[in-house]
Ligand binder design. Structure first.
Ligand code: KG4
Ligand code: ZN
Length: 374
C-alpha cells in the first residue's frame, strides 16, 4: 500500500481558526463502491468533495463484489482524505469534527470508513458523528457550493417537514423528514430497489454496469409506448415492488430481440424507454401521493436514481401541477458522496450528537435500514 502523508498525532492540538470562519466537518463515506471524503462547513457549504469510484473494478462482474469493494476502500481511503483536505486547502488541524457513514451498507466496506474515522477522531481528540447513509441522501439538497444561485434557488428555501423519495441502487423508500437525521419511512420496496431494477434490466439487455445511466440515455431515442409493462402496486399504498417489472422486461427482451430480422438496437432503445417510463411513473405517483396524504407541499428526490433525467423532468412537471415544490440536489450530490455525510454530520453536531474520548470505542456499524414509521 502507498505511504501517505495524513499526519496523525496522539495529542489534541490547537485547532486554529479565524474568528469568523465556519467550523469544518470532514465526512467519510465507504458504504458501497465509492470511497469518498469531503469538507463541508457548518452552513452546508462544500469546500471539497472527492469521490473515488470503483466502477472500473466491478464492471466485469456486472455488480459490486463486496470483498473487492472493502479491499479497495482500504487502498483508496487515505489518498481520498488527503485530496479532500488539499482541495479545500486545509490541514487536519483546522477540522472541527469527523462524520462517518455508520450504515446501512456492506459490512466490510462500512468498517473501513468507521475504523479510519474513529482513529482520526481518537488521535486528534475530535468529536465523531455517526451518520445514516439514507438520512444523508435526503438531507443533500441543503448542500451548497457557496454561490448565490444555490442559496436563492435550492437549499435555503427548503424547510421541514418535507417528503423525500430516496432512490438508489440499494434503497427505495418514501420518507417524511422532520429535521436533520429525523426521516421516518412511510413506504419502501418489498423486493428490488429502483436502481437495482434499472441495473438488472440493463444487464439483461447487454448494457454495462451500472446500467441506470445507459437506460436513461437510450430512453432519449426509444419509444416509451413500444412495450406495455406493469406499474407494480401503482394504486396500493406507498410501498414499491420492482421484481415483477424485471421479469416482464426479461420476457419482452427474450422474445423481441430474437425474432428473425429483429432490429436489436431499436428493441433495446424502446425497451429502455418503456422500462424507464414504468419506473418513473410509479416513483412519481407514490411520492406525490405521500405529499397529499401528509399535507406536505415540499418534495425532495435523492440517491443515484434521482440523477435520472426522465424522473427529474416528470417529477417537476407533475408536482408543479399540484403546487408541490420539488428540490433535487445536483447530480454530484445525488449519487454516493461524502459531502452529504459531512453536511448532515455538521447539522447533527450542532445538536450535540457526537461521540468523543472513550465513547468512541462503542461506535459501530449497522448493515440494514433500521427505522420504519408504524
Ligand atoms: O446512491 P447511489 O450512487 O449508490 C447507492 O447507494 O446505491 O445509487 C446508485 C444507483 C445505481 O443503481 C445506478 O444505476 C443508479 O443509481 N443511477 C441511475 C442513473 N444514475 C445512477 N439510474 C437511472 N438513471 C440514471 N441517470
Ligand atoms: Zn447511496
Amino acid at each position: 500500500m502507498q505511504e501517505l502523508n495524513v499526519s496523525l498525532s496522539a495529542d489534541s492540538p490547537d485547532r486554529p481558526r479565524l474568528p469568523n470562519s465556519p467550523r469544518l466537518v470532514l465526512g467519510i463515506e465507504t458504504s458501497c463502491d465509492e470511497t469518498a471524503a469531503a469538507l463541508v462547513d457548518e452552513h452546508g457549504v462544500v469546500r471539497s468533495s472527492v469521490v473515488s469510484s470503483q466502477v472500473p473494478i466491478h464492471v466485469r462482474y456486472g455488480g459490486v463484489v463486496p470483498e473487492l469493494a472493502s479491499r479497495n476502500h482500504l487502498v483508496a481511503i487515505r489518498p481520498v482524505i488527503e485530496e479532500a483536505l488539499a482541495t479545500a486547502g486545509v490541514e487536519l488541524d483546522q477540522v472541527a469534527a469527523i462524520a462517518v457513514t455508520a450504515g446501512p451498507g456492506l459490512a466490510g466496506c462500512l468498517l473501513v470508513g468507521m475504523q479510519v474515522a474513529k482513529a482520526i477522531a481518537f488521535a486528534r481528540g475530535l468529536p465523531l458523528v455517526l451518520v445514516d447513509h439514507i438520512q444523508a441522501h435526503v438531507w443533500a439538497p441543503y448542500l451548497s457550493d457557496g454561490d448565490l444561485a444555490d442559496a436563492a434557488g435550492g437549499a435555503k428555501s427548503l424547510t421541514y417537514p418535507y417528503v423525500a423519495l430516496a432512490v438508489s441502487g440499494g434503497h427505495t423508500s418514501i420518507l417524511r423528514v422532520d429535521g436533520p437525521g429525523r426521516a421516518t419511512t412511510l413506504g419502501a420496496t418489498l423486493d428490488d430497489a429502483a436502481g437495482e431494477a434499472f441495473d438488472k434490466i440493463a444487464k439483461l439487455m447487454g448494457l454495462p454496469y451500472p446500467g441506470g445511466i445507459y437506460i436513461d440515455q437510450l430512453s432519449e431515442t426509444g419509444n416509451a409506448e413500444a412495450y406495455e409493462l406493469p406499474r407494480p402496486l401503482m394504486n396500493k399504498g406507498l410501498d414499491f415492488s420492482f421484481s415483477g417489472l424485471k421479469t416482464a422486461a426479461r420476457l419482452v427482451w427474450e422474445k423481441a430481440s430474437t425474432v428473425p430480422g429483429a432490429d436489436v438496437e431499436r428493441v433495446r432503445a424502446d425497451l429502455a424507454a418503456s422500462v424507464q417510463a414504468a419506473i418513473v411513473e410509479v416513483l412519481v405517483d407514490k411520492s406525490l401521493r405521500a405529499c397529499r396524504e401528509f399535507g406536505i407541499a415540499q418534495l425532495v428526490a435523492a440517491g443515484g436514481v434521482a440523477c435520472n433525467r426522465g424522473l427529474r423532468k416528470r417529477l417537476v412537471e407533475k408536482a408543479a401541477r399540484q403546487k408541490i415544490r420539488v428540490r433535487i440536489a445536483p447530480a454530484r450530490y445525488c449519487s454516493d458522496n461524502a459531502a452529504m455525510i459531512a453536511g448532515l454530520g455538521g447539522a447533527l453536531l450542532a445538536e450535540g450528537a457526537s461521540l468523543s474520548g472513550a465513547a468512541l470505542l462503542g461506535a459501530d456499524i449497522y448493515v440494514t435500514s433500521r427505522k420504519r414509521a408504524s
